[in-house]
Design a protein around this ligand. Sequence first.
Ligand SMILES: [Zn+2]
Length: 157
Amino acid sequence: MSAQTAAEEVSSYLERHNVKRRVEDAINAAVKAKALNPLEFIAEELKAPSERSSREPDPDIVHIARSQPRDWRTGAICFDITYDDEVTRRVPIGRLMDLKDKTIEFDEVTNAINDWIDVANKHPYIRRHCICCRSRATPGKILCKKCDTRVGETVYA
Ligand SMILES: [Zn+2]
């Protein structure tokens, strides 16, 4: 077998089984996921989906601070959340609300909101800002009038 024929055979073999493409995809996936153990990750990626051990995604972590940061543009309260990709992002509270379903993503956020509601109830005459903007909250509430009409049903649900 000439060298050229052998090389051609190798390349047609690889092509037939889509090897290059799958290996490249697996490497890219490992890079994208910043896998701690890239070779293990790649080996897992290369398995047929049915044989993969279920790689449970890491749970997203919501960092609760005693005083939550606010978005400098809108004044909305933000949560720092570490997502599955291990990147921490500062997310304004509005983006954690599903206004259609009237639900809030993450129990930690719901709990924080309920705590604020409690405190506002107990101390209605302390001036506080709306959790969604820079405006003054309605006394005894955690939202301003304007935000109340928009997100009130979700926040006080
Ligand atoms: Zn507001």
